[in-house]
Ligand binder design. Structure first.
Ligand SMILES: Cc1cc2nc3c(=O)[nH]c(=O)nc-3n(C[C@H](O)[C@H](O)[C@H](O)COP(=O)(O)OP(=O)(O)OC[C@H]3O[C@@H](n4cnc5c(N)ncnc54)[C@H](O)[C@@H]3O)c2cc1C
Length: 427
């Protein structure tokens, strides 16, 4: 067989690893427009902060592909897919044939429609090259504006504050982390950031990035000007799904996949930040753009490319942050709009807990301050366990396995890894 993967990150490399593990003879080819071995995007802001060196980013050695007999086209961009001829065309017109193709093209940072984004000193944080460019420019910078108060925007802001820069975060909505937590949790987090010198401005939008060639400040829609020598756009991501849509695959929020992560074309699969899959808590399909989801999807797609028929159970949105020692984790539905949800909350100083329940199943969780319960609650959400017998314990301090032992015993399978994961390598 002749397997081709586009994308050399979490989904693509985990797929390549499984393909090689179970088939020593097949031809495996991987195309990536980045020239690096597998590295963690999740750690990029730690690199920017100066908390880790670049060597800590890498999950694989440079010779990983060679050792696994995987042919690579690194630093090359796939430009088109000819699904009839079963060929991928690179930018330099090289044509690569395949029997089975995996699209693991991920996502890119979302840009915004504001004047001045092309100015020197405007960055996004998605790739190693972005982090390197930011670090290289930092010496000349005292003040930084971060556009966006989501997960990536706040992590950028935190990293730059650790570099002793004066950071202002502009948030369009009324709270930070609006996709992740409710107003209460957001308030605690924003306060911790503010106490440590990060200025958070909610309900504001940038009108223009000012400066002659390079950044000198940001003009707000209120008319206020904020002085800055660097602007970071942290407004979320958009999936790299153009290749798929141009070749006629079904694409909605991302590449539409079935339970075997197969696209609308028989021998083309999709995994990771570009793939739309089932969301366990919500029951709909969407992209949960998370590293562990990309790894798992890459592995399952590969097993299916090998003809093993492994169904993907779906993903859960799950995000965690830690700012100046304050941890926060959110899972699933945290701000339900409909009325048929039961909400349990408890706040004690900087500690906050929120459980979102539907039909006696936990479908969402927010923890701020003490985040230990997340490890217990995750499998309960994932497996839709009836928690009526432990409902009264959920908000208790020291909620732990011992407290819910009868439930753990009854549903012990939920606390085990799925069977296919025994075949899988984690990184
Ligand atoms: C700053 C930051 C922090 C994050 N923190 C977390 C975290 O704490 N927890 C978490 O779970 N997730 C986190 N994420 C998200 C996580 O990194 C992604 O979910 C994960 O990288 C997705 O992997 P992927 O393989 O699907 O795609 P990607 O990692 O996006 O990789 C896709 C690769 O394909 C390449 N490519 C795209 N199109 C083409 C083409 N046409 N030809 C050739 N190559 C192409 C891209 O350049 C890229 O190298 C973070 C992301 C960022 C940027």
């Amino acid at each position: 067989m002749n397997d081709l993967i586009i994308g050399g990150s979490a989904a693509g490399v985990s797929a390549a690893e499984i393909l090689r593990k179970f088939d020593q003879k097949s031809k495996i080819t991987l195309i990536s427009d980045e020239r690096f071995a597998l590295y963690s995007r999740c750690l990029l802001t730690y690199l920017i902060a100066g908390s880790i060196g670049e060597e800590k980013l890498y999950f694989k050695d440079q010779d990983f592909y060679q050792k696994n007999n995987i042919q690579t086209y690194l630093g090359k961009r796939a430009q088109a897919i000819d699904s009839k001829a079963q060929k991928v065309v690179l930018q330099d017109d090289t044509k690569i044939s395949y029997d089975r193709l995996l699209l693991a093209t991920g996502a890119q940072a979302k840009l915004i429609d504001v004047g001045g984004v092309e100015k020197q000193g405007v960055f996004t944080v998605r790739k190693i090259d972005d982090a390197r460019a930011i670090i290289a420019a930092l010496d000349q910078v005292k003040e930084i504006v971060v556009l966006g108060g989501g997960l990536i925007g706040l992590r950028d802001a935190y990293a730059l504050a650790l570099r002793k820069k004066k950071v202002t975060v502009l948030v369009k909505s009324a709270q930070v982390l609006s996709q992740m937590v409710d107003l209460q949790a957001a308030g605690i987090i924003a306060q911790r950031l503010a106490e440590n010198g990060i200025k958070i401005m909610t309900g504001v939008a940038a009108k223009e990035i000012l400066g002659q060639g390079s950044v000198e400040g940001v003009l707000l829609d209120s008319g206020e000007r904020i002085s800055a020598q660097m602007v970071i756009i942290g407004k979320g991501v958009v999936p790299n799904s153009d290749l798929a849509s141009f070749c006629g695959l079904e694409v909605k929020a991302g590449i539409v996949t079935d339970e075997f992560l197969r696209s609308s074309s028989e021998n083309i699969f999709a995994a990771g930040d570009v793939a739309e899959t089932v969301d366990i808590a919500r029951g709909d399909t969407r992209i949960n753009a998370l590293w562990p989801c990309a790894v798992e999807q890459g592995q399952i797609a590969a097993l299916n490319m090998l003809g093993r028929k492994v169904a993907y159970a779906g993903s859960l949105s799950m995000n965690s942050v830690d700012f100046f020692g304050l941890g926060c984790i959110s899972i699933g539905i945290t701000k339900p709009k409909e009325k048929d949800y039961e909400i349990l909350t408890k706040r004690q100083d900087e500690r906050y807990k929120k459980f979102v329940l539907k039909n006696n199943r936990i479908v969402g969780l927010v923890l701020v301050g003490d985040i230990q319960a997340a490890g217990i609650v995750n499998p309960l959400i994932r497996n839709k366990v009836d928690i009526s017998s432990i409902k009264d314990l959920l908000l208790e301090d020291n909620f732990n396995y011992a407290k819910i032992l009868p439930l753990v015993v009854k549903y012990q399978d939920c606390f085990r890894k799925p069977e296919y994961q025994d075949t899988i390598i984690s990184f």
